[in-house]
Write a protein that binds this ligand. Sequence first.
Ligand code: UDP
Length: 322
Amino acid sequence: MRALVAGGAGFIGSHLCDRLLADGHTVVAIDNFISGRPQNVAHLADHPAFTLVDHDITKPLPDHAELHPSKPFDTVFHLASPASPSDFLRIPLEILDVGSTGTRIMLDLAVRDGARFLLASTSEVYGDPLVHPQPESYWGNVDSIGPRSCYDEAKRYAEALTFAYRRVHEADTTMVRIFNTYGPRMRIDDGRVLVNFIVQALSGQPLTVHGDGMHTRSYCFVSDLVDGLLAVARRGGPGPYNVGNPVECTVLDLAEQVIAITGSSSTIELMPLPAERAGDPQRRRPDLHRITTDLQWVPKVGLDEGMRLMIAAIAAELDAVD
Ligand code: UDP
């Protein structure tokens, strides 16, 4: 397969590139490094089946031999978007652009080539959910003007656009809704909870738990997530499919686990919920019935095992900075 990975230098995108190459495919990654990092794919620089194109997908495709119609793609994976709540505050317009214009340009490319198109959507389309756990049939509870709306609504629009291309152009589309994912290659300044807690624990600072720490999330290790993406891409069909880990834990619990695994002497500091977090989802857990029934996909990596791998990666990165 000749695959295009939009967002290929990002956290999940770079792991997907690794996996596609290991499986013998040819990969063209596009990234503008707004949240992705060159170091995530630096180890692939000399790989004969890998090309990295530095480009913003909200702009027309550049004149590049690997993007020419004479070399059509079989699959277009669209993972390009900043995805951390700190990005929602910093670059909301860019997030809206990549979810709308960027998605349209990637869909046009897939139609041009007759390629299968996989949209990486998000559990954020469920907003602050009133149904728990969240099945794909749930329409969500999204604040259309709050601090998260740039991401939530961009992804909801991207889903609508993808289904419109399917109906109007008979495009071969599919989609996943990705729940909280963690693992090596998340930026240490990403701002998401596990990165914050691990950096804080390793540097002896207090772990900053928002509110009473009773919010819940369900954390999926990145290798499981990539397995899920590939299972959905192979099967095709409209989706969407939830992809995530169904083991739910509170943020306070997570902080305690990070302290236990790192052996850190850090304390836990309950701090007021930051103002921009007021509308955050209180609980989140995927209902995986659809993907487990249709694709027999189940996550395999437990939180303890996955956290150890992520802690080792962050420790190495912090050591390199020192
Ligand atoms: N959170 C926290 N301390 C932090 C960062 C996040 O308590 O330093 C909480 C946050 O309020 C939310 C949960 O952790 O309840 C998950 O936040 P994250 O930014 O990881 O991702 P989200 O799932 O909200 O997009």
